[in-house]
Design a protein around this ligand. Structure first.
Ligand code: ADP
Length: 494
């Protein structure tokens, strides 16, 4: 049973192969027409040969029929000239001639068997009515013909059959059967030759089909071997097989995929090195601070306090980086299972601003909330709160003292939008496309000073994309920044 299954799989593999299919199609296209042609030619030859033979025989026997009348053979069958002519024709066509008179009596049989006997057949009766009939029997290989022997009634002549004068009447019927063995022999010779030609052609077609199918399939094999080289690490460059448009399409798609994977790999490596760097920086600072305290024999208490405060700050920072990293990782992991609920977005925004206002107040930054309508949407409350908090926090962090932050909420029948606007430092044009990248900071030292990790906007963007929303930014250095967030009111799981 198992063997049978394996055999079937092997067989279906062959049938599914492009090489086999091309081979098979060329074979069909080559061999079927030659077979049809051969059959057609032989058939046509046989029909044509039989037709020629019939017309030949009929002409000859018509002439003979006239001779019969001339020699008055029907009344006296002893004419040697006619008998010799009859024997000659029957020998020539390898056949038999019977002459049947008006009373259906056989008056002459070249085989000498049926003379004196009576023949009443449909053909004979029809022939007496003036019809000349020819039948071909392909099984027994003979042609049967009937030829009417006609005479014009002369005026005044006595006639025992018909008293009508000046009319053409059928006086007797000549029944002939001639062999078609010679036609069959010719067909057999022709058929043998055609078979030899066909076998030779088949050999050429099979060879051609095999060669052509190999040539046609070869570029596809090259595509797979080139891809294998990349997979096994022997090649790290885009591949090229431009033979066909189709192979070019496959290779282009592969190169695009390969490029994306390279970018992904590079960004993964960059992320790992960034993480290590970010985690190492506070530890290095702490080590320097601790070492310098240890190195001093009798350090004053104030110095201890100062250095310890710095160490505590670094621990705080390390903690923040770790927390942000965890949020980001969690965001990636749980992208499939959001905790979606219908939430009052107005209340959510109010709560975020309420939490952040004390921080803003320290620098006399005004935090304004403008709601254009009541909005409730299907969102993950925790993740959306994190995303919006990051935006508002940044708007406060990267603001000038006495500045303002304005949050505007609006909605249409499909989406709700949140706009976070500030009149702070702004972002340089060349940094705008990078600010959503992990660990990217416009001004590293300033961001570090005010406690930034470079992960906030990456977290925000992930959270918004998970809600099938999108985020964009507009900013002018020195004038301020506005972030636009747009999220569907109804969550659509993919
Ligand atoms: P960080 O933790 O450093 O704030 P983010 O990912 O939140 O990291 O932001 C990335 C960078 O984008 C910040 O370092 C800052 O330079 C810039 N940025 C973000 N929001 C604003 C803003 N409202 N105004 C000016 N610059 C901003």
């Amino acid at each position: 049973m198992r063997e049978k299954v394996n055999q079937y799989i092997a067989k279906s593999k062959v049938v599914r192969s492009l090489r086999f299919r091309i081979f098979f199609i060329i074979l069909l296209v080559g061999i079927v027409p030659t077979t049809i042609l051969r059959y057609g030619i032989l058939q046509n030859y046989e029909k044509r040969a039989v037709d020629v033979r019939i017309s030949d025989v009929q002409t000859q026997f018509k002439i003979l029929a006239n001779h019969l009348i001339t020699y008055n053979y029907l009344k006296d069958a002893s004419s040697e000239v006619i008998n010799a002519e009859l024997d000659q024709l029957s020998n020539l066509y390898d056949g038999r001639v019977l002459i049947v008179d008006f009373n259906f009596n056989v008056i002459k049989d070249t085989y000498g068997i049926s003379e004196g006997k009576t023949i009443i057949s449909e053909e004979v009766i029809r022939c007496f009515k003036g019809e000349s009939i020819a039948n071909y029997d392909p099984v027994n290989q003979f042609i049967e013909t009937t030829t009417p022997i006609m005479q014009v009634q002369e005026a005044g002549a006595e006639d025992e059959v018909d008293s009508t004068k000046g009319e053409v009447t059928v006086r007797a019927v000549m029944l002939t059967s001639v062999s078609t063995d010679s036609i069959a022999a010719n067909i057999s010779i022709l058929s043998r030759r055609a078979t030899i030609v066909q076998i030779l052609m088949s050999i050429v077609i099979v060879g051609g089909a095999w060669g052509l199918s190999n040539i046609l399939v070869e570029p596809f094999e090259r595509v797979s071997s080139e891809i294998s080289k990349v997979r096994d690490g022997f090649q790290n460059e885009p591949i090229s097989v431009p033979d066909y448009l189709e192979t070019e399409h496959i290779v282009t798609a592969f190169n695009e995929l390969f490029g994306k994977m390279k970018v992904l790999d590079e960004s993964r490596q960059e992320f790992v090195s960034n993480v290590s760097h970010e985690l190492k920086t506070p530890i290095t600072s702490m080590k320097v601070l601790a070492d310098s305290l240890i190195a001093q024999e009798e350090a004053p208490l104030e110095l201890y306090k100062e250095f310890m405060t710095d160490i505590a700050d670094e621990i705080e920072r390390e903690n923040k980086v770790i927390n942000d990293l965890l949020s980001l990782v969690k965001m990636d992991k749980t992208s499939m299972n959001l905790n979606i609920e219908t939430i009052d977005i107005n209340a959510l925004c109010e709560l975020i601003l309420k939490r952040l206002r004390p921080i803003a107040k320290q620098r006399d930054i005004d935090v304004i909330f403008e709601s254009k309508r009541e909005v409730s949407g299907e969102v993950d409350e925790v993740k959306l709160t994190l995303a919006i908090s990051n935006l508002v926090e940044n708007a406060i962090k990267y603001n000038n003292d006495h500045g303002f932050v304005k949050v505007t909420l609006d909605a249409d029948h499909q989406f709700f939008t949140i706009e976070v606007q500030d009149n702070g430092l702004g972002i340089p044009q060349e940094s705008l496309e990078h600010i959503f990248e992990r660990f990217y900071r416009v001004d590293k030292s300033h961001s570090r000073e005010i406690g930034g990790t470079g992960l906030g906007l990456a977290i925000t963007r992930s959270a918004i994309l998970m809600h099938r929303g999108f985020i964009k930014v507009e900013s002018e250095e020195g004038s301020g920044t506005t972030f636009f967030v747009k999220i569907p009111l109804t969550y659509v799981a993919k």
